[in-house]
Ligand binder design. Structure first.
Ligand code: ADP
Length: 361
């Protein structure tokens, strides 16, 4: 096969490319020339391969299935053919190759031969596989952990119920026998038991959120409903809540309602003493899905705790100042992640916070 002067120059240049094996084949798939990269990847010297058929790089299984022939046929028919798979080096070791074969034609459109570019992706393939395995293990571990949380919180409810029942009995039947201190201690025990009940319920709810029914959700209607549900705290605080043109998204309606409810009720709750909450909800189209912003003029969040607040039971304020159990934002994070999105906060202390989240279902 004649390549001419241009081809020789091209081959000289191709010799410099060491990460790719570049081969020229005749019509039958016999190797006419190749570059330095091919030597590196396949382990043969030029002298050993020139004139041999490129079938030598294929595994026995691929040979039995006629893979090299069908790739050449596809390249003749469509102009080019690509493939990814195991190939064999001179020493018998395998490598994962990404291959492109292009047919070369003469001026009468007759096939002269083929150019073939192979990239060794073994390392990348191994890394991808390791990452996939790691992600699979992590998902299984998370699932186990959730099951553990569910079982533990479920089982904790029972002894707690006994405790609260007996506290009630004590209060009803023996409070007359207790002095002032005794009554005070009993009320502490009762408050703590109530609080524990709330925490366990929060944990149970948290572990129960999972992938469930996806439908179209009109966020404009949903936020209006949330506003109605929060009527009393809105009235008490005098909060103003602005939103318009919120989109229709794909997602789980109950979860998205809870997401807005948690963020809006936090925006009302964490207001500066003596100030009126001004809350704005808006949305922006993203390449994939939507980004929502819930902005408030509240107490703000210290830069250092921007991530911590999304961890279950983490709170920045004492319960005597702002009540709560530190589960709301952990719920939000889980819901957003189930919708293939992410949630974060931007904030300036004493000026306000903007919670941003994406929904990409
Ligand atoms: P909770 O509201 O029960 O305390 P969350 O998980 O909803 O729990 O919130 C965790 C913590 O994040 C809160 O205790 C508070 O310190 C902080 N936080 C949440 N939302 C806001 C907000 N809008 N402004 C200021 N701080 C906030």
């Amino acid at each position: 096969m004649h390549f001419g002067k241009d081809q020789t120059e091209l081959l000289n240049m191709l010799d410099e490319i060491e990460d790719y094996a570049i081969l020229f084949l005749d019509k039958e798939g016999n190797i006419v020339d190749w570059n330095k990269g091919a030597e590196n990847i396949k382990g043969y010297s030029s002298a050993e391969v020139i004139g041999r058929n490129f079938r030598i790089f294929y595994t026995e299984e691929d040979l039995l299935n006629g893979k090299p022939e069908s790739l050449l046929q596809a390249a003749i028919k469509l102009g080019k053919a690509s493939d990814e798979g195991w190939r064999v080096k001179k020493d018998g070791h395998r490598f994962w190759g990404s291959i492109l074969i292009k047919a070369m034609y003469d001026e009468n459109k007759n096939v002269l031969g083929f150019s073939k570019v192979t990239r060794d992706l073994t390392e990348k393939m191994r890394k991808d596989r390791a990452i996939r395995n790691y992600a699979r293990e992590l998902a299984a571990y998370n699932k186990q952990l959730e099951q553990f949380v569910y079982i533990a919180s479920h089982d904790l409810q029972e002894p707690l119920l006994t405790v609260t029942n007996f506290i009630d009995l004590l209060e009803e039947e023996y409070s007359g026998n207790l002095d002032k201190d005794g009554l005070l201690y009993l009320s502490y025990i009762s408050q703590s038991a109530e609080r524990m009940k709330d925490l366990i319920k929060g944990l149970l709810d948290y572990s129960r959120i999972g992938v469930s029914r996806i439908s179209t959700v009109d966020c404009e209607i949903l936020v209006e409903q949330v506003k109605n549900d929060l009527h009393s705290s809105i009235q008490k605080s005098g909060a103003n809540i602005y939103f318009h043109n919120l989109p229709v998204v794909n997602g789980n309606e109950t979860q998205i309602r809870q997401l807005f409810q948690n963020l809006i009720s936090n925006a009302i709750k964490f207001r500066k003493p003596g100030s009126i909450p001004e809350i704005e909800i808006s949305a922006e189209r993203q390449e994939q899905g939507w980004k929502f912003l819930v902005r408030d003029n509240g107490i703000g969040i210290d830069e250092r705790y921007k991530e911590k607040i999304f961890v279950i039971f983490q709170r920045l304020n004492h319960r005597s100042e702002y009540e709560g159990n530190g589960i709301g934002l952990a719920h939000c994070k889980k819901i957003v992640e189930l919708h293939d999105g992410e949630i974060y906060v931007e904030s300036i202390l004493q000026q306000g916070s903007t919670f941003c989240f994406t929904l990409n279902k």
